[in-house]
Design a protein around this ligand. Structure first.
Ligand code: FES
Length: 578
């Protein structure tokens, strides 16, 4: 570890097994590297650094990664390392169907095995679009060679006619205006051209900004990295600095599991809460923790949510965007205000503690980053619910819910699937009132499949016309980090595998109590037992292939949706090189 002062010798490098050994195989590795135009001086005795690049021509959020990879490599060369770019699966949130969540574990597995099977001593992990960040952090934990995460950075603020536009949130807002006839089709097309103005990930506090901030709070990035807009020239400079730093991390043998301690995981949870971050973080943090050998549960998130004030006034919970957050002092400024809630002694990627990295960080705008005396809310935005409808737990972002639904009982209006909901939700004859509880089944990890972000169920049109804007909605799906409303999400176990959600029928009374942290189906045990006997498991989605493997091995939301065979923190054998 860094603080021991011990340094690796060149013959202790992992890559030495490939390049340093004077046998037939060593000859092969050296001659084939020379085939690519490198001289022995380029690689011999140097840390080999993987630059895991999730660039693709259909990942809008990573469109600058070709250039950034070069900037990372510049840093690696400067510090005396040998950079090797390795392309990995690129998960573009809008384009990958049915859900990027179907492929988070695949990217994690691919990245881990890319590192294991090649002569890599360390890695710079390039991600940002929602699932890429947790996937790469999971891979880093499992492979456990020195690694630093390079966040893609948020895109610039959107703009239309001088109005600021935020990813996701304003798409829905103006879509509603278009349907209401208050803007024209021409306006809508102009918004289409103004809402995403630069490279970078979504610039609201959605899942991308939440998870890159998690990476920084964990200590897996250079300090300040998560808040820099992708288009700012500080971003390439940070990329080069990450490249320089990873070489030193290899010599110091500072590894992901030295960094992602249980205390660092708690820091990450506190960070999500003070940012008013995405509910998706609940799933990803559980998975990252387990890969590092920490078996935490949802209750830890609920506990830290109760004691953490929301200080970031960012959309969708607040008013501003990531560009404003950066100018206001960014994550370092925010966390410096929250020092008393953090474990400041955690070591981070630059070899310093979190506390040392926060020293001197200022806030330049108290509107964007509130003082502790004036929080946006006294508690974080995540509540964990349990009850006979969600024995494994469910979550709700209660700060985005109408307070009158914080305690509510109403009759269920049930949809068997997302497709069923789309077909019937606007049906005039649907037996629904503002007090009803909308229930959607079979949208969980196995049922979705891949737990799509369908959890903000639409309000039925006839209620919209009556002025209804929020209702209690329950599903085993996820919800975009930019969504809002009284949406109970991640119900576990999910309906598709026979969780109690599968047994709900139209008219059943459901009781939600956010204060008491409960979610209950008011149907007798005897009746539920009868229904369970009659319940038939739905037909599996996939007969073969990755989808089949996914549905056989995916864990439920309360465990982080990892594959059961990837979850363990057990050490893996190194490949036989000779
Ligand atoms: Fe990539 Fe939102 S689409 S982060």
């Amino acid at each position: 570890m860094a603080r021991s002062g011990k340094r690796k010798k060149p013959e202790e490098l992992r890559s030495y097994q490939w390049y340093g050994v004077n046998d037939l195989h060593g000859f092969g590795h050296r001659s084939r590297t020379k085939q690519m135009g490198y001289a022995k001086e380029d690689f011999a005795g140097k840390p080999v650094i993987a630059v895991i690049n999730t660039w693709s021509e259909i990942n809008q959020c990573h469109s600058h990664f070709k250039q950034r990879a070069e900037e990372v490599k510049r840093g690696v060369w400067q510090a005396g390392g040998f950079p090797v770019e390795l392309p990995a699966m690129s998960l573009s949130e809008p384009f990958v169907k049915p859900s990027t969540m179907l492929y988070r574990n695949m990217l994690a597995m691919e990245s881990e095995e890319l590192l294991r099977s090649h002569p890599m001593d360390g890695a710079v992990l390039m991600g940002g679009c929602d699932k890429t960040t947790p996937a790469l952090l999971m891979a880093a934990a499992s492979m456990n060679i020195p690694a630093v995460f390079l966040p893609a950075g948020p895109m610039l603020r959107g703009n239309w006619h001088g109005n600021t536009l935020g990813s996701g949130t304003d798409t829905w807002k103006y879509w509603a205006e278009l349907r209401a006839g208050t803007i024209t089709q021409d306006d809508w097309e102009e918004i289409e051209g103004g809402i995403a103005r630069s490279p970078g990930h979504c610039m609201t506090m959605g899942t991308a900004s939440t998870m890159t901030s998690v990476a920084e709070a964990l200590g897996m990035t250079m300090p300040g990295a998560a808040s820099i807009p992708a288009a700012d020239s500080n971003h390439p400079r940070m990329a080069t600095a990450s490249g320089r730093r990873i070489v030193e991390m290899v010599w110091q043998d500072l590894k992901p599991r030295d960094i992602m301690s249980l205390k660092a995981i708690e820091n990450a949870i506190v960070t999500v809460m003070t940012l008013g971050g995405s509910t998706n973080a609940a799933i990803h943090i559980l998975a990252i923790a387990a890969r590092n050998g920490h078996e935490i549960d949802l209750e830890l998130l609920d506990k830290l949510s109760r004691t953490t004030p929301v200080l970031a006034d960012l959309r969708p919970s607040g008013r501003f965007l990531m560009e404003d957050f950066y100018y206001a002092g960014g994550l370092r400024g925010l966390l410096n205000r929250l020092r008393d809630h953090l474990h400041l002694d955690c070591v981070t990627a630059n070899g310093k503690t979190l506390g040392e990295n926060l020293d001197g960080a200022e806030v330049f705008n108290d509107e964007v980053i509130r003082p502790l005396s004036k929080p946006l809310s006294d508690e974080g935005g995540l509540v964990v619910l349990r009850g006979n409808l969600a024995p494994g737990g469910a979550v709700i972002k209660h700060t985005a819910a109408d307070p009158r639904f914080h305690k509510h009982a109403g009759p269920a209006v049930v949809f068997d699937s997302h497709m069923d909901l789309l077909k019937r939700i606007d049906d005039e004859s649907l037996n629904v009132t503002a007090d009803s509880v909308l229930v959607m089944k079979n949208a969980g990890p196995v049922g979705g499949p891949g737990m799509p972000e369908w959890g903000m169920l639409p309000i039925p049109k006839k209620l919209l016309q009556q002025g209804v804007r929020d209702m209690v909605r329950i599903s085993d799906a996820r919800m975009s980090g930019t969504s809002y409303g009284t949406c109970v999400l991640h119900v576990a176990p999910e309906a598709f595998v026979g969780g109690p959600l599968a047994l709900v029928q139209d008219g059943d009374m459901i009781e939600l109590d956010i204060f008491g942290r409960t979610l209950d189906l008011k149907v007798s045990e005897a009746e539920l037992a009868e229904r369970r006997k009659r319940w038939k498991a739905p037909k599996p989605h996939y007969p073969r292939g990755y989808g089949w493997m996914f549905t056989q091995h995916i864990e439920q939301a309360d465990k982080g949706c990892d594959f059961d065979f990837l979850r363990s923190a057990e050490a893996m054998p190194e490949p036989e090189v000779h």
